[in-house]
Design a protein around this ligand. Structure first.
Ligand SMILES: C[S@@+](CC[C@H](N)C(=O)[O-])C[C@H]1O[C@@H](n2cnc3c(N)ncnc32)[C@H](O)[C@@H]1O
Length: 421
């Protein structure tokens, strides 16, 4: 099996990735220390109740204490598994500004001076998705049995069929870009169906995980168990004991095509992985990737940016004329300085960028199948749009509805309000 190449862009990436990964473990530890503190308080209260009342809660309370007493063991087991998988020191990053997916150039140093210039402007920015907790959530979603209902709802029932329909792989192995690819399951599914796939990801932890997954775990058919639910707050539990259950990964039984691909393929190299911020990485030298993707799939990604216009501009530049953009996910805007456009307004803006809607549907799903453990799963009703890009489409002004022109031309008055005593 040929491995995918992982690309970094700045000379200090590796050092930053190591620091970010160390921080990711600390964030997880912080999370679990809070849980242990809650257990301590809970045990104090239970002891008090046992002393003060005549009721016999001892069996229930000792059951809870048993879980609490073993929690550090489960935590330690996770530390051991994840520190054996997330090893930034083993990352082999090729430094480049976007070498072509498969077009043959290996001149990574070609743009060295430009890269140095960009590097001096780069700052060490830890992604909100960097923590080990986020990795465990995304790993559960993508690579465990517990996440299979979510994959079925999103990947197998919607994203993959829509992609196959809009961009049949028989059309010369279309090139697909997946920005914010998380732990990479969708990318590998598409690879197994004959697409050339490029992943972009800015979380150092996800990136390090992906590296081991592609270079060691999948090629060696290794399997690992871990405790996926330790980080949940001690509320809304169906049954505290479920926290003691383990998950196995990678779980691929729900995908015959991926299983088949992993057992026979020697073309893993048609996967390319670009580490870094989507807008920075592709904006820095858009020339390499300008008009080069047949499809872009944004899966729970479009709401992660500070500025949605940067995302839309980048997507529009990278996609070929008539290319497909499939967007799936809520508008759960992550940054304060993002404008929280509603779907209706966002669709108007998307249209102004030259995208035409081919299909629209919605799907309801939890984020990582966590409804089995918590009564408060992260649950979404998500729109799924397939767009086609018309690069020669009308400009923003042409799109303005003449009937609304008096509305849009009128000077805007900020609303005036005051709180009455
Ligand atoms: C909500 S998660 C979704 C992950 C994956 N697409 C999925 O559906 O499982 C968003 C992902 O986008 C990544 N991300 C956020 N902002 C990014 C950016 N500016 N550039 C690249 N990746 C980004 C995060 O690290 C995270 O993995």
């Amino acid at each position: 099996m040929n491995f995918p190449i992982f690309f970094g862009h700045f000379q200090n990436d590796l050092q930053n990735i190591s620091s970010a990964v160390a921080f990711a473990f600390d964030q997880y530890r912080h999370n679990l220390l809070n849980t242990m503190k809650s257990f301590d308080e809970m045990i104090d209260r239970m002891d008090e109740i046992d002393k003060q009342t005549n009721f016999q809660f001892c069996v229930t309370h000792s059951d809870i204490k048993f879980v609490a007493a073993n929690y550090p063991l489960y935590w330690e087991a996770n530390e051991i598994v994840f520190s054996s998988i997330i090893k930034p020191s083993e990352l082999q990053l090729s430094y480049a500004i976007l070498p072509p997916l498969t077009s043959g150039s290996s001149s990574y140093w070609e743009y060295y001076s430009k890269l140095n210039e960009a590097s001096s402007k780069s700052s060490y920015d830890v992604s909100a998705y960097n923590s080990l907790t986020q990795l465990i959530i995304h790993l559960t979603r993508d690579w465990t049995y517990d996440g299979s209902s979510v994959r079925k709802a999103l990947y197998f029932a919607h994203i993959i069929p829509r992609t196959l329909n809009a961009l049949p792989p028989s059309l010369g192995s279309p090139r697909i870009l997946i920005p914010g690819a998380g732990t990479g399951r969708l990318a590998l599914e598409l690879l197994s169906l004959g697409y050339q796939v490029e992943i972009n990801e800015c979380s150092a932890t996800m990136m390090s995980f992906l590296h081991t997954l592609c270079h060691a775990v999948l090629p060696n058919a290794s399997q690992y168990t871990f405790y996926p639910y330790l980080h949940y707050p001690l509320t809304d539990d169906w049954d505290l004991k479920k926290r003691e259950s383990t998950s196995l990964f990678p779980y691929c039984d729900d995908s015959p095509s991926l299983q088949q691909y992993l057992s026979t393929s020697t073309v893993f190299s048609s996967l390319s992985v670009q580490y870094g911020d989507f807008v920075k990485v592709y904006g820095m030298n858009a020339g390499y990737r300008l008009n080069s993707f047949d499809g872009i799939i944004t899966n729970f990604f479009i709401d992660t940016g500070r500025n949605i216009f940067d995302y839309l501009t980048t997507i529009q530049q990278l996609l070929k004329h008539d290319g497909m953009w499939l967007n799936i996910g809520p508008l759960h805007y992550h940054h304060k300085n993002a404008i929280p456009y509603s779907l209706k307004h966002l669709l108007e803006i998307i249209k102004d960028f030259g995208f035409h809607t081919i299909s629209y549907e919605t799907v309801s799903t939890s984020y990582c199948g966590e409804e089995n453990i918590t009564m408060k799963p992260e649950y979404y009703h998500v729109p799924i749009h397939v767009f086609r890009l018309n690069k020669i489409s009308k400009t923003k002004k042409d799109h303005a509805n003449p009937q609304n022109s008096s509305l849009s031309d009128a000077p805007f008055k900020r609303p005036n309000y005051k709180i009455l005593n």
